[in-house]
Write a protein of this length. Sequence first.
Length: 518
Amino acid sequence: MAMHTRRRVEMDTELQNANAYPVPSGITMEYGTAGFRAPACNLPHVMYRMGLLAVMRARYTREVIGVMVTASHNPEEDNGVKLMEGMGEMLPVSWERHATSFASAHLGELRTQLSALLRDCPGTESSSPAQKYHVLIGEDTRASSKMLAQAVSHGVTDLGGTFKNFGLVTTPQLHYLVASHNSEGLIGEPSLDGYYHKLSEAYKALMAQSKPQPGNEGSYPLTMDGANGVGAPKMAELLSYMKHSLSVKIINNGESGKLNHECGADYVKIGQRAPKGLQMREGRIYCSLDGDADRLLYYFVDKSDTFHLVDGDKISTLMAIFIQHLLKEAQLPFQVSVVQTAYANGSSTHYFEETLLLQVYCLPTGVKYLHAKAKECDIGVYFEANGHGTAVGDALSDLLAVQMMLSLLDLSLPQLYALYTDLPSRQLKVKVMDRQRITTTDAERRVTHPDGLQAAIEERVHRHLQARAFVRPSGTEDMVRVYAEAETQESADCLAHEVALLVHRLAGGVGEEPRAPS
Ligand code: G16
């Protein structure tokens, strides 16, 4: 009873900033694939509540928790927030529902929800003052991020927690900082200096084992598109630790262009084209990050100036081959498995299964699902086709890993690209009244609602050779995504357009019908 009273008192006397963050009417949000994403103006109350939730989670886990303010690949006008767990993983699915109900809770409900959560916290009654509950905050380069990060900090302090705002960091850097804080230095020094030091020293040590050959990656100059986001200045900082072991020319570094606008990994992947304004030359290699540097894609042009994309599927091919090579050298019997999503190109799945003889799993979109599956494997390699790989998708460390693996395998990027030929594909977006009305099953490959949509998709798919198509509600934008692949680009474009029209007609499309891809 006394314990209960003490907790009530805490709830009653705090939340002094809550009135500054009222829930706007008519706005409900769900903690999705990558936390909350919305126009920045709709987010202050969510940020404040995520500050509260972070303290509750820190109480519950007895670990330092991270809160990253970013909307990653979304437009500049959006923003978002995601929570990070003690070892740098994503918030567990079981707590996503707390995040969702906190986000739209008015003050009274919020107190009730906090009290209920507090009652469930193991051993809180014996814990010492709230100073124990520490939250690390990071921000991307969006104009709204500072103000939103401040709202997070108000939530943290209202529950008696403490925080450190690292300011501008990539999302994966915050994952590192959280994990290194919680591991008391085991993972590395809990600072950006520790992060750069760890990555650069590992890269230099591994590269010392390679013997650069003519035509090897070492002779291909690398240009990196920073999506006008935080990845550009952070790559520049990393390069200062690399000395002469890696040279990267950085474009779209945020000095003049707009975040993720006509540049960045999403633009390159969806459009299967270079960032606007980039004059590509044969003999050079290029890569793009997204706005918070948790995606990485490579590309190049051949003699005839044809653009070729080395996406997440091809990067995971490189990783699987490299790991198989190491296992063979060390004569270790571990089974390598590959975890993909429905977006993985059919040719990649075929190559993994038929040529590399690996087990392949298909999971719903979101690295948190892939990560969980990979942990069940002896060795699990996973990358989403969009370039998001590993639990935190660190584009900077993935870039170093790609450079290192190409070098140690004595493989060029065009050679990696040529290992198998992607089936032509097309992605489109459709705006609908309520995207959550579309539900899916079988790792998002089949629609279960609205009625009739799946049958209609299948009927269209059968009109094309080597074709498949699926639709799913985006977890980060207010859109339904359509994916199609087929034997020819014309066929994939046509199928994607046909399916987009079906979504528009059968799932409550808004505005004009989708246009055919140009
Ligand atoms: C986030 C997730 C990724 C996922 C992507 C999907 O990416 O972290 O795992 O692939 O969302 O987005 P959607 O549901 O809109 O297709 P990011 O880079 O935006 O954080």
